[in-house]
Design a protein around this ligand. Sequence first.
Ligand SMILES: [Zn+2]
Length: 281
Amino acid sequence: MTNTDYQIAADYIRNADAILIGAGAGLTAAAGINYTDREKFAEVFPAWVKRGFSMQYQLMGYQGWTEAEMWGYYAVHLNYVYFSQVSSPLYKDLRRIVGNKDYFVMTSNVDELFHKNGFDADKLYTPQGSYGRIQCTVPCTQNSVWDIRPFFEKMQTALDPELQVLTDDAAVPRCPNCGEPMFINARIDGSFLETPYEAERERFIKWINGQVDKKIVLLELGAGYNTPTVIRMPMETITQQIHGASFIRVNWEYAAVPANLESRSLGIQGDIKAFVDALMQ
Ligand SMILES: [Zn+2]
């Protein structure tokens, strides 16, 4: 990132009446949670290193385990990536950058770090779900989704801290409605329940429709090509449709902006934390 880039980004934000933040996995990594971090994995999941794994990424979608093993892993994983992650200096800085401007956040991240660091829950759209909820995997009804905390606490009572597995099958989450297996309410396949996010989507659409005549800046942070239809493509489409919009894309690898938006866009290839630090100065 050059000083000129920083100046342009700072001007876009200063001159805007409203900010739309679009955040992807790159922001999670910049805040310190990296699913491919071997060193951290060895520290947090020693029993899973003994079973031959070296990073959290390898256990996403893994099938070769019993339910007691799987929920033992998730009891530790949930604590590490969700319950123990509360305050983040990076997110607090982002909140300061937004300041008193009108804002909305859409994110593919399921960690609720925006909400935990001062962003209003009514100003978030999280279409990929939340680690704060658990759902029926059938699912038996559209409303078979619950607060994960009581299920998590039950797992903890049966967690063998050395083996990192559950020692009692009764602590394996079962749907309170039908008794079938459960999983975190995150979009991993077609069983994902969107019910909790429908109201968020309606609020978001209403908000963005209210911006068409205004000066808005879209700030995209770490949204690459894993699920481009969730954040990256909508950010481009919204920029195209709002004439007074400017667009900042910060991405470690894929910072290019569409040619037809170049006159009011800025692509910054680099580290999100360095970008936020520069803006804070
Ligand atoms: Zn059910």
